[in-house]
Design a protein around this ligand. Structure first.
Ligand SMILES: NC(=O)c1ccc[n+]([C@@H]2O[C@H](COP(=O)([O-])OP(=O)(O)OC[C@H]3O[C@@H](n4cnc5c(N)ncnc54)[C@H](OP(=O)(O)O)[C@@H]3O)[C@@H](O)[C@H]2O)c1
Length: 293
């Protein structure tokens, strides 16, 4: 039985917590910013309840064996506020977030050898503070190694598949290439069906091609065909599917644009790779955000 703390019980954290709790193999604790009633998670396998244990004050948190961070990328500093207390005995810290900067984001707060970056493929949304819907199968990818193996063992019997990879850089950049194109929907406030429009698909192609060029410079192995794969995956998605950048904009929440497209611009500049499409997308979304306030 492992003691597991989930920092950030939103769509991903809440789903993962409910699934870990349902195995009966672990003691799961939710570390929440906002007090909430017990979670109900609707999954393709039926309804699950989240664990009863919810803490909202880091000073009241107890030592655990594993810390799973599932806040948005821009809430990393707040999430880190929990880690000192929960991980005082040296617990590993898994980062369940999008982007390619899991380690850079948390290494100011946690020694690198305790960090486990996680690529999350798990479509989930918060429908109310206490209700989450998992829309499809859950998969996660972690680097191969002792920590990765331990992390995978935690998820035995949860229905979430954990894959160990020798090349985490490539896994994270492949996901980023998919996410890079999602900014088109966020900008024009149109769901995935917008990629059936050839002009919009061309814009997305430029975004992904830049991501591929920068990813390769960072050491990822990304085939040219990935551009078409990404466009096809948006075109195959239900036309009314809304990606999280788009959903955050609709809900008036901050977006993860820095971790999704901003990183392509920043790392591109470091490698001398032009990224005009991503630069424009980041600038446009920033102006839209500023003009709201
Ligand atoms: N949702 C998906 O389908 C999906 C799929 C793949 C990857 N991802 C990635 O997974 C990560 C999490 O996304 P999400 O969709 O689960 O976000 P989310 O639903 O917004 O959940 C984030 C949670 O973090 C909490 N939080 C923020 N600061 C905190 C703090 N200091 N202490 C404790 N909790 C804190 C928020 O609390 P409040 O309730 O107070 O806001 C919220 O419950 C993101 O990087 C996202 O890109 C998401």
């Amino acid at each position: 039985m492992a003691r597991i703390a989930i920092v950030g019980p939103g769509a991903i954290g809440g789903t993962v917590a409910a699934r870990l709790h349902a195995t009966g193999n672990h003691e799961v604790c939710l570390c929440a910013r906002t007090p909430r009633p017990p979670l109900e998670v609707t999954t393709p396998d039926g309804m699950l309840r989240g664990p009863a244990q919810v803490v909202t004050n880091p000073d009241a948190a107890s030592l655990v064996d594993w810390i799973l961070v599932a806040t948005k990328t821009y809430d990393a500093a707040g999430a880190a506020g929990w880690i000192g207390r929960l991980g005082a005995a040296g617990a590993p810290v898994a980062i369940l977030q999008n982007g390619v900067e899991h380690l850079a984001r948390f290494s100011p707060f946690v020694p690198a050898d305790r960090l486990v970056p996680v690529v999350v493929d798990l479509p989930a949304e918060r429908q109310a503070p206490d209700r989450i819907r998992q829309r499809g199968p859950g998969r996660m990818t972690v680097p191969n190694g002792i920590r990765g193996e331990e992390f995978a063992r935690l998820f035995a019997g949860t229905g979430i598949t954990v894959t160990l990879t020798e090349d985490f850089t490539t896994a994270a950049w492949r996901k980023l290439c998919l996410n890079a194109a999602g900014v088109v929907s966020a900008l024009v406030l149109q769901p995935a069906g917008i990629m059936r429009d050839p002009a919009m698909a061309d814009v997305a192609r430029d975004l992904v091609q830049e991501a591929i060029a920068v990813g390769r410079a960072e050491g990822a192995v990304l085939p040219d065909e990935l551009v078409d794969e990404v466009i096809e995956s948006y075109r195959r998605a239900p036309p009314d599917a809304i990606n999280s950048l788009h959903a955050d904009r609709l809900a008036g929440r901050p977006t993860e644009i820095e971790a999704r497209n901003g990183v392509i611009v920043r790392l591109g500049a470091r490698h001398g790779i032009p990224t005009p499409a991503n630069r424009m997308a980041v600038a446009l979304l920033a102006v839209i955000d500023t003009s709201k306030s």
